[in-house]
Write a protein that binds this ligand. Structure first.
Ligand SMILES: [Zn+2]
Length: 135
């Protein structure tokens, strides 16, 4: 059973996060784009508050959404919940400052890397994936 955050709830969280201005140890970097989880950021500092996952992983597309020519790593890459890698993300909140982050596990050839990105409301797009899914 999957209960992904609805778009209005995701936007509400993102706007609340963007309004946080206090410095906090949860942000050794800006996380404007995807970053590997820094070792300085302890799991205990973040708590899971939701997810964007709608189905079993094998049923989720690997297609990315970049209508403006951005790439996976771009700081301005859209956050499109139905597209990779956002469709694999869980939503985390800093227990101190309440900033919100997206996290997922990127499976590499030899190891799995936890990746993290800030949830920026200006980058969230509500666009449906209408492809055929993973080939
Ligand atoms: Zn924080």
């Amino acid at each position: 059973m999957y209960t992904p955050l609805a778009m209005p709830d995701l936007l509400r969280l993102a706007h609340r996060s963007a309004a946080v201005s206090q410095a906090c140890s949860c942000m050794p970097k800006s996380f404007a784009g995807w970053e590997g989880m820094p070792v300085s950021l302890k799991d205990s500092q973040l708590r899971e508050i939701g997810s964007l996952i709608t189905a079993e992983e094998e049923d989720l597309t690997l297609d990315e959404y970049h209508p403006q020519g951005s790439s996976y790593w771009s700081l301005n890459a859209p956050i499109a919940p139905q597209f990779f890698p956002y469709n694999r993300c869980r939503v985390w909140e800093c227990v101190t400052c309440r900033r919100i982050f997206l996290r997922y596990a990127e499976a590499g050839a030899y190891h799995i890397e936890q990746r993290i990105r800030s949830l920026d409301p200006a980058l969230i797009v509500d666009v449906a994936f209408e492809g055929v899914g993973r080939a």
